[in-house]
Design a protein around this ligand. Structure first.
Ligand code: AMP
Length: 223
């Protein structure tokens, strides 16, 4: 199963991708995480994209397609979850080509729907365990009272440099201008599965599981 999690920043793509990795042995491919890693480790590319990311703009298609290409050639396990990729129609075409080269197909595009007010509240309250990447939210999923990450026991938590109102505004503009056209495209291809991203984490998880189970059943019947 290869799927895309599509939705605006703060829709919960990363949180749900991590759950799918645990439950279905899938591999999360988050271009945002890859770019932050490149920035952190000070590679030349990481330095080049740092300002663009801080402003909330998209980095070039060439860079993110290169990152995805490398990962697709590696281990495949229970399938790939594309989280934050593709974000432009050029990336859509590149992904189709890369999957075809690997003899893989795209099973489902899950559109996580959340309204803009909820996004601002979610993003400005978000923090991440510096050790394992578990995502917390001051309002809906606070860091445990003992100050330790529930997953790994880590005690250091970071807030993303671009999780502020100013750059969120720009990230939303980029989303509506460049990424939201993907919704119409995948709808027309019959691959779009909208899910209400506003509920509790467990509710959204269950909604996604229903889509994947149905898609898996259909794939089995076709085989
Ligand atoms: P994310 O963690 O998915 O919210 O991504 C953080 C930032 O990384 C975005 O605001 C962009 O600057 C950059 N980025 C991540 N994925 C992509 C992509 N597929 N195309 C272009 N820029 C991206």
């Amino acid at each position: 199963m290869n799927i895309i999690l599509l939705g605006p920043p703060g829709a919960g793509k990363g949180t749900q991708a991590r759950i799918l990795c645990e439950e279905r042995d899938m591999i999360q491919l988050s271009t945002g995480d890859m770019l932050r890693e490149a920035k952190q480790s000070g590679t030349e590319m990481g330095q080049r994209v740092a300002d663009v990311m801080a402003r909330g703009e998209l980095v070039t298609d060439e860079i993110v397609i290169g990152l995805i290409r490398e990962k697709l050639e590696g281990e495949k396990k229970g399938g790939f979850i594309f989280d934050g990729f593709p974000r432009t129609l050029a990336q859509v075409d590149a992904l189709a080509d890369l999957l075809a080269e690997e003899g893989e197909t795209l099973h489902s595009v899950i559109e996580m729907r959340v309204d803009d007010d909820a996004l601002v509240a979610r993003i400005t309250a978000r923090s991440t365990c510096a050790n394992c990447g578990e995502v917390y939210n001051d309002l809906t999923k606070p860091i445990p009272e003992d100050g330790k990450c529930a997953k790994c026991g880590g005690t250091e938590f970071t807030r993303r440099a671009d999780d502020n109102e100013e750059s969120l505004k720009q990230r939303l503009m980029e989303y509506y201008k460049k990424t939201s056209p993907l919704i119409g495209y995948y709808y027309a291809k019959g691959q779009l599965a909208p899910v209400n991203g506003l509920g509790e984490i467990a509710e959204v998880r269950a909604a996604i599981a229903r889509v994947l189970d149905a898609s898996e059943g259909a794939a089995g019947r076709d085989a």
